[in-house]
Design a protein around this ligand. Structure first.
Ligand code: SF4
Length: 76
């Protein structure tokens, strides 16, 4: 089996306003902490999740979430 490509979630908590869009789009990846700000349940994911993770990142009104591809380049 070929190695799976690994993508990285980069999250800037300082930008988060607790809108929870990310939690709605990807509840398996995002939750709100006790302060009502987003907290990532994981920091990496593979190809199968790319669509969902991009959608979650793009749903953030303050652009607090970035996705970095296997080549180290920022996708969102
Ligand atoms: S969508 Fe953005 S602002 Fe809203 S909780 Fe998620 S990271 Fe925070």
């Amino acid at each position: 089996m070929a190695d799976k490509k690994i993508y990285k979630i980069v999250y800037d908590k300082g930008k988060c306003i607790g809108a929870a869009n990310c939690v709605q789009v990807a509840p398996d990846t995002w939750e709100l902490d006790k302060d009502g700000l987003a907290k990532a349940k994981k920091v990496t994911f593979t190809d199968e999740e790319l669509d969902k993770q991009l959608k979650a990142a793009k749903s953030c009104p303050t652009h607090a979430i970035s996705i970095v591809g296997p080549d180290g380049k920022k996708i969102v």
